[in-house]
Design a protein around this ligand. Sequence first.
Ligand code: GDP
Ligand code: IMO
Ligand code: MG
Length: 430
Amino acid sequence: MPSTVLVGTQWGDEGKGKICDLIASEFDCVVRYQGGNNAGHTIVLGDKKYGLHQVPSGIMYPDCISVIGNGCVVNPAVLLEEIDMFEADGISTANLKVSGNAHIIMPYHIDLDGAFEELLGANNIGTTKRGIGPCYQDKMARIGLRMQDMLDEETFRARLDAALERVNPQLDRLFGLPTYTVDQICETYLPMAERLRPYICESSLLLNDLIDEGKKILFEGAQATLLDIDHGTYPFVTSSNCTAGGAVTGSGVGMKNIDRVLGIMKAYITRVGSGPMPTELDYETNEAGHTLTEVGHEYGVTTGRRRRCGWFDGPIARFSTRVNGLTDIALTKLDVLGEFDTIKVCVAYDCDGVRYTTVPEHMTAFANAVPVYEELPGWKCDISDCRTFDELPQNAKDYVAYIENLAGCKISFVSVGPDREQTIVRSWDK
Ligand code: GDP
Ligand code: IMO
Ligand code: MG
């Protein structure tokens, strides 16, 4: 089978890292195409647990090439920390590649991320404060610095000087924050550039050469559909195209080479940060909300924040199937629902008297959406040891069928625990 895009279908943390690691062995290369170290993808192997921020989830397989594509933003210090962590654990990073066109997260991006959030006050986005938004902002403003610039001191200094002319007044006059000098940044960034030099490459060429050799590529999305800058719940989104289309621009691979889009979908829903969430359950006062958080261990990998939890949202599932062109779904964390007598599923929204079965384009309508629920019977048992669909209790099978119908796309994987092994494969051609 040819190349596949793996994409988050909700507000992130659906288990992309787990599923990506599960299927990466079938691919010759895994490429991240957007986002930076705002992502936190968990891989569990027995008693070992890895939280990956920048490195693609194919890294566990020594023969798999891992690429950080041009659509990503990279914090060099965090990337080096990750490389050191893997090498110390005996996991080789010899096959890791970073696009020379990926933009560099600078210290001032992190300062500005925090300052902009503070300025927004009660309307803040609840970013990860990793400098992601300001870095993409500079990319679009054409004053960003790229990985390739780090390899040539003269270029790096010149471009940095030009960037600081615009950045320093913001830091100083708008926020009263300390400014930066070229020398100050070069002192920390140039030594990191030397360590990263062997990893930096022309990744679009590399990927297309692999395709020409008949190799298969897995595109690993970060964040998720509703955090997409164009299709998400704007302004409460991240600053990149997380949807499947981003895989093409974020890697430099033509779309004719991609013919499968696997959406990762949690059996309920979570969100970190601000913004409307129609099916949200209150952690403090609603027992179901508390159960989902605690049983599902819904705490962020990147920031440690408690994730907001809610019942499965059908309109979001249908929306994701549409905007990503999903061909398959991996339904994750089904085991977490094992404690409930009944499980609610949102099948539509009532937005000021208008019924929607998908996400309304107008965010005012979405913000006022009142979920219309159906109740399904729970299965009240532990399914984390099930390895075939037939082994699942009937009510769990019915739940999967119900979600499949709501989402309008076939569910090819059912995940029943964090470990690679804890997965039911229903229909997936290797
Ligand atoms: P990602 O950002 O989409 O890769 O997801 P995260 O790693 O941030 O969050 C998913 C969490 O759920 C991690 O702690 C995973 O180890 C865990 N996980 C993944 N799949 C399952 C599953 O099927 N059941 C359970 N109980 N946990 C899972
Ligand atoms: P993974 O890949 C969940 C959210 C932040 C915030 C918004 C903007 O692990 O699913 P940013 O720092 O990107 O400017 O923050 O996006 N966010 C995520 N939420 N999972 C993620 O990544 C996220 N990356 C960003 O909480 O609401
Ligand atoms: Mg995550």
